[in-house]
Ligand binder design. Structure first.
Ligand code: MG
Length: 263
């Protein structure tokens, strides 16, 4: 009996130790990085060098036309309590040459909130790249405030595959890497279907996202697993309509021609 008891105690302690190890592993940023497969590099079709991009179609809500930032406010971060805060000021981003730039330590948040939509965003990472991996031209487009489609200068800049430009950050590797050179304008076309939750807040149907980067499909009706956290694995927070956020990650990334069509 004594032996049995001590064996049982040993098993309990071992199980506890393994659990603690797993819990500890979840708490490092590296534990949710996936490095393979590496998305194949695809050279996108060309765009005229000085083209002003794709302006809004007649039925779109124009979120940024190159000058007017009235549709936006500044928020502290993508943590939901921050972007849901009522303490929001006018957008602090710099507007220059028809683009708005992620500077001055705040995220841009739309005043409006959306359910299902088609979103067009053009972005430009700094012409002179600084830093490497996730520290080069990093920003992001957050759908309904929760789900980041990564923006990164991934031109000849390796990083973990599930953190590349075109990833659903830390949960879905893009199908290709059609990055343009730093300083060149790039396009995102995003089709998004919001997740649905029942009255108890239980997920009834996941959200789905299809993403084209520079005209190339990088996410094809990808089911969204949950929040796109830097540390840990996705968790789902029940929610309704939400805003679009643009990330400030300390790199001056420019945005222009931002428009949305509700579906
Ligand atoms: Mg980012």
């Amino acid at each position: 009996m004594k032996k049995l008891t001590s064996t049982f105690a040993f098993l309990l302690v071992s199980a506890g130790f393994a659990f603690a190890q797993n819990e500890a592993a979840k708490k490092t940023p590296e534990s949710s990085e996936t490095w393979t497969p590496v998305p194949p590099i695809v050279t996108p079709g060309t765009m005229a060098a000085n083209a002003s991009g794709l302006t809004a179609p007649s039925d779109a809500i124009v979120l940024f036309d190159g000058k007017n930032t009235d549709e936006w406010v500044s928020v502290k971060s993508h943590v939901s309590k921050d972007w849901k805060s009522t303490n929001m000021g006018p957008l602090k981003w710099a507007v220059k040459d028809g683009a708005m730039y992620s500077t001055l330590g705040s995220y841009a948040r739309t005043k409006r909130e959306f359910e299902n939509f088609q979103l067009h965003v053009e972005f430009r990472t700094p012409e002179k790249p600084e830093g490497k991996s996730q520290a080069r031209g990093n920003s992001g487009v957050f759908l309904q405030g929760y789900y980041e489609i990564q923006v990164l200068d991934n031109y000849e800049n390796p990083t973990y595959s599930n953190g590349q430009v075109g990833s659903v950050y830390k949960q879905a590797i893009p199908l290709a890497n059609p990055s343009r050179k730093p300083g060149e304008w790039q396009t995102y076309d995003i089709v998004y279907q919001a997740p649905r939750f029942n009255k108890s807040g239980i997920l009834a149907e996941p959200g789905y996202v299809t993403v084209l980067l520079n005209g190339i499909v990088v996410q094809n009706h990808t089911a969204i697993k949950g929040n796109t956290d830097y540390i840990g694995y996705p968790t789902m927070e029940p929610h309704g309509a939400g805003p679009i956020l643009l990330q400030d990650h300390g790199n001056p990334v420019g945005f222009r021609n931002i428009w949305i069509r509700e579906l």
